[in-house]
Design a binder for this molecule. Structure first.
Ligand code: SIN
Length: 308
C-alpha cells in the first residue's frame, strides 16, 4: 500500500501585480484570472510564465482566442515543438486537433494513459497547451500529477539509487496498440490506413517512436532548478544497463508512486477554457469516459531541450 504522503506541499499563489493566480489543488495547478491570452501585456506574460513554473499547470477560463492567438502565445515561450502525431489543422501546421466525435467508440483516445508528451524524442516538447472548443457536459476531464512533488516524497536512499539511471522512453506500446486497433477496425476510425487515433488522422514515424531515447530518470528543470521524476506509464519501458526483469520492478513502483491522487489536480473543461502545462515536471492523462458527447480541443507545443 502506498501511504498518503504528507509534508513538502506548497502550491500557494504568489502575489502578482498584473494577473491573479488561484491554486487548484494542494499538489499543483492554478487558475489564472484577469488575463486574456489574445491581449496580453509583457508584464502579464512574465507573471504567467512565473505562475506556470510554480504551479506546473495553469488554466484560463472564458478565453476569446483564435488559432492565431494560440500560436502567438505559444511562440512567446519559444519555437513550436515538433509534433510526433499529426500534421496540424488546415492552415495551422502547429495547431493539432484533439477530437472525439459523439458516436465514436474506441478503446484508446489521444492522451489516455499517464504520460509526458513525446519523451521518445531527443528533445521532447517543454510545454503543451490545449484550447477547449467543444466540451462534453460532463466527463472528458484532464488530470495531472506533479512529478517534482513525487520526487521530493521519495526516500533519500531511493533518490540515490535512481540518480544515475537513464530510462528508455519509447512509443512501442502506443504504436503496438494503434496497429492492433486500426488493423481490427476498433480504432474508432474503422480499418484505417493511414492510421487514426479515434477521429484524429495520424502522421507518425513508427520506427523513430519505437526506437525512442534514453533520458535521465531524475530531471532538473532548466528554469526553476527543481528535480523531478521523469517516469510515466505510457512511454517508460526499460532502464539503461538493466535487464527487463530488474527494470520492471523499479519502474512499476515509480509509476505507481508518481501518479498518486495526492500529487494530482483535475481540470473540468468548459468551452473557451485554455490550459498550459510543463511536460518537464508533470505527467497527465485524458479520460475516455464521454461516449455520446463530442470533445474538440486544439493543442500547441513549445520546443524543449534535451533533458538533463
Ligand atoms: C494530451 O495528452 O495532450 C491531450 C489531453 C486531453 O485531451 O485532455
Amino acid at each position: 500500500m502506498i501511504l498518503h504522503p504528507t509534508g513538502n506541499f506548497d502550491n500557494s499563489a504568489r502575489d502578482y501585480k498584473h494577473i491573479t493566480a488561484v491554486p487548484l489543488a494542494a499538489a499543483m495547478g492554478a487558475e489564472i484570472r484577469d488575463a486574456q491570452i489574445s491581449d496580453l501585456s509583457e508584464e502579464q506574460f512574465l507573471e504567467i510564465e512565473d505562475a506556470l513554473y510554480r504551479h506546473k499547470m495553469i488554466f484560463f477560463r472564458d478565453q476569446d482566442m483564435s488559432h492565431d492567438d494560440q500560436e502567438a502565445f505559444t511562440l512567446r515561450f519559444g519555437d513550436f515543438g515538433v509534433d510526433a502525431y499529426t500534421t496540424g489543422t488546415e492552415g495551422h501546421r502547429n495547431v493539432q486537433p484533439v477530437v472525439k466525435e459523439a458516436d465514436t467508440r474506441t478503446a484508446m483516445i489521444f492522451g489516455s494513459g499517464w504520460h509526458t508528451d513525446s519523451p521518445f524524442m531527443e528533445a521532447p516538447p517543454a510545454i503543451s497547451m490545449l484550447f477547449g472548443a467543444d466540451i462534453p457536459p460532463y466527463g472528458g476531464d484532464t488530470i495531472w500529477c506533479n512529478s517534482a512533488l513525487a520526487y521530493n516524497n521519495l526516500s533519500d536512499t531511493m533518490k540515490k539509487v535512481i540518480a544515475p539511471l537513464k530510462v528508455h522512453m519509447t512509443g512501442a506500446f502506443v504504436v503496438g496498440k494503434l496497429n492492433e486497433l486500426n488493423n481490427t477496425g476498433q480504432s474508432g476510425g474503422g480499418y484505417s490506413e493511414p492510421k487514426k487515433f479515434g477521429d484524429i488522422a495520424l502522421d507518425v514515424n513508427s520506427n523513430a517512436m519505437v526506437k525512442g531515447w534514453y533520458h535521465p530518470m531524475v530531471r532538473t528543470h532548466p528554469k526553476s532548478g527543481e528535480k523531478s521524476l521523469y517516469v510515466d506509464h505510457t512511454y517508460s519501458h526499460g532502464i539503461e544497463g538493466m535487464t527487463n526483469a530488474e527494470a520492471n520492478g523499479l519502474l512499476d513502483f515509480l509509476k505507481q508512486h508518481v501518479c498518486q491522487a495526492a500529487f494530482s489536480c483535475r481540470l473540468r473543461w468548459a468551452p473557451k477554457t485554455f490550459a498550459v502545462w510543463d511536460n518537464r515536471i508533470c505527467i497527465h492523462q485524458a479520460f475516455n469516459d464521454h461516449d455520446g458527447f463530442r470533445r474538440e480541443l486544439y493543442r500547441t507545443t513549445v520546443m524543449g531541450e534535451v533533458p538533463k
